[in-house]
Design a protein around this ligand. Structure first.
Ligand code: TRP
Length: 431
């Protein structure tokens, strides 16, 4: 049973660039091959609406980024790869989290504060042109993460504050409504977190200093030729320190290759020559993916089908979890409320209970039945009674969503409802 869950999102608001590749796509794909980790990767298209008002751009970018991830080797069978807007439980959870998040906390979020500082400096109203979406961005991101109870969230340094906020939201919610959420942690790989762009600042869509990931070979060459260097002439020793060209090279090259370029810098390699070396090295890594990428771009239906498959996997977790969360905060069927009101009487008459037993097949099972003996949940078979007991304990402590995820999406018996199951589990927890 793989238990450590990694989750990361990328906002589809532009064409993927080498910064995205080095900082997110490449390490994510590498991590997806770990067998001790369960990975969730998604296209944060609701986040894209905060940054762009062009519908065609959101759609195009979603395709390009999904295609990049797939071309880079992400295997949708191994991981859960989905589009945020295909999972309606995420915006639903956003609201529940909104209600446990202090407004003052959001006032301090970097992206919002930067906008306010800029307005203030320009003698404008502090909130001029700031949408409530920008303000709420950390809550949506918190929902992305908490929805799947991710333990680890690989992100760039600029996103760490958001992960801490997600942690606080999960903590506040747990405090009020019982233990539902795992508290996530950011994972930053310092070796890759910050790829500089053409001008030496962080490579970013918003600085317009990026190198597209899948430009045709000749365009990649041109892009790399535009990296800003100093004016030292061929033959003059060059500094690797602060050299964007060197840092980008380092992100692609082996330790020996990097050492060789360091040597060449010291010996006064011409900038043109250094750029040629960088270009060849990047192209060597990217070229094999380019063909796969174009295959996806030319067949968006294939990508769509993959994302739909991913959404189904994601929702097998998010839908039952959301049912549990709705119940926890009191968004309950009135009939369920009636049964809670009865519960002290029902407790005497007979509460829901677990039954453990062995079948003719020699395996060990448990089931949950309600007060009147109707079946609410049936476990799979276990080879050993200890395993059955552990699984039962997990169901009781972590809830149905986590339990069913761990058991490959458990199914409810005919006639049983998730509502009734959640109600039984919470009445057992209260007892
Ligand atoms: N905000 C992230 C970015 O712009 C993208 C993102 C959205 C994300 N939701 C997330 C990253 C959840 C990690 C986890 O880079």
């Amino acid at each position: 049973m793989s238990s450590l869950r990694f989750l990361t999102g990328i906002t589809p608001s532009g064409t993927p660039h080498l910064g995205n590749y080095v900082g997110s796509i490449r390490p994510s794909v590498a991590a997806s091959f770990r067998t001790d980790v369960q990975s969730f990767y998604f296209l944060a298209d609701y986040h894209a609406l905060i940054k762009t008002e062009e519908p065609a751009r959101v759609q195009r970018s979603t395709l390009e980024i999904a295609a990049s991830w797939l071309a880079a080797g992400l295997d949708p069978e191994r991981v859960t790869f989905y589009r945020q807007s295909d999972v309606p439980e995420i915006p639903e959870l956003t609201w529940l989290l909104t209600c446990v998040t202090g407004k003052g906390v959001l006032n301090r979020a970097h992206a919002y504060k930067a906008a306010v500082d800029k307005n203030t400096a320009a003698n404008q109203d502090p909130d001029a042109d700031v949408s409530a979406g920008l303000f709420m961005y950390p809550v949506l991101m918190g929902a992305d993460i908490l929805m799947f109870n991710a333990h680890k969230v690989p992100v760039g340094r600029d996103q760490v504050q958001h992960i801490e906020m997600a942690r606080d939201m999960g903590n506040s919610f747990n405090h009020r409504y019982g233990e539902h959420f795992v508290l996530p942690e950011a994972v930053i790989d310092d070796a890759v977190a910050l790829l500089p762009g053409l001008d030496g600042r962080k490579m970013s869509k918003s600085y317009d200093n990026h190198i597209p990931m899948f430009a045709p070979r000749e365009q990649l060459r041109k892009s790399i030729a535009a990296i800003v260097t100093d004016s030292r002439a061929p033959g003059e020793p060059k500094d690797t320190e602060g050299s964007a060209l060197f840092q980008i090279y380092q992100a692609f090259a082996s330790a020996e290759e990097t050492e060789a370029l360091r040597q060449a810098y010291a010996e006064g390699i011409a900038w043109g020559e250094a750029k040629q070396i960088l270009f060849e090295r990047v192209d060597r890594e990217i070229a094999p993916m380019r063909e796969a990428y174009m295959g996806y771009i030319n067949h968006p239906d294939k990508v769509e089908a993959i994302l739909q498959g991913g959404a189904a996997k994601a929702r097998a977790i998010s839908a039952p979890f959301m049912t549990q969360l709705r119940h926890a905060v009191g968004l309950r069927k009135l009939s369920a409320q009636a049964s809670t009101a009865k519960s002290s009487k029902a407790a005497k008459a007979g509460a829901p209970s677990f039954k453990q037993y062995r079948e003719k097949d020699g395996q060990f099972y448990f089931k949950l039945v309600d007060a009147s003996g109707d079946l609410l949940l049936q476990s799979p078979g276990f080879g050993h009674p200890k395993d059955a007991a552990a699984s039962m304990a997990q169901l009781r402590s972590d809830g149905f969503a986590a339990w069913s995820a761990a058991h490959g999406g458990g199914q409810l018996p005919q006639g049983a409802t998730l509502e009734a199951l959640q109600a039984a589990l919470s009445s057992l927890a209260e007892a």
